[in-house]
Design a protein around this ligand. Structure first.
Ligand code: ZN
Length: 139
């Protein structure tokens, strides 16, 4: 793939408002591997975050590996009051975007721990970037 191909794919991907927002979050990440995520609730309200290099009690509770970083998806969910918004999270949609420090679009498929937390709170779909554009997982 050429630099031009990559730019063209990124441009068409970010014509989508949610991928654009996820990309903005990704570019905010100070982590070596940058991820950005957006969660859109059923009422249209949305929350977004990038991955950060810090731990959180939920990481130990839910992640089956020792993680020193807070994944963008969990970081996003931590911004939502999942109890108060539970009816809005049921059936909601995630967008996850990843690009490396050289600007190459990368696969952003969520890890199994993030997917299981998403599923627990009722997220229905997760769109994520791939080098060729995007893909979607149904939970
Ligand atoms: Zn994860």
């Amino acid at each position: 793939m050429t630099v031009e191909d990559n730019e063209q794919i990124k441009n068409s991907l970010t014509e989508n408002r949610w991928f654009r927002l996820a990309k903005d979050q990704c570019l905010n990440s100070l982590h070596q591997t940058r991820f950005g995520a957006v969660l859109i609730l059923k009422n249209g309200k949305y929350f977004s975050a990038c991955n950060v290099e810090k731990s959180h009690p939920l990481i130990r509770k839910h992640y089956d590996f020792f993680a020193v970083s807070l994944h963008a998806e969990l970081n996003t969910l931590l911004r939502v009051n999942v109890v108060r918004h539970r009816h809005q999270i049921a059936g909601s949609t995630f967008y996850v975007y990843r690009e490396d420090r050289n600007g190459w679009l990368k696969p952003a498929h969520p890890c199994s721990s993030c997917l299981s937390i998403m599923k627990d709170v009722g997220v229905r779909k997760c769109f994520y970037s791939t080098p060729a554009g995007y893909n979607v997982t149904y939970l």
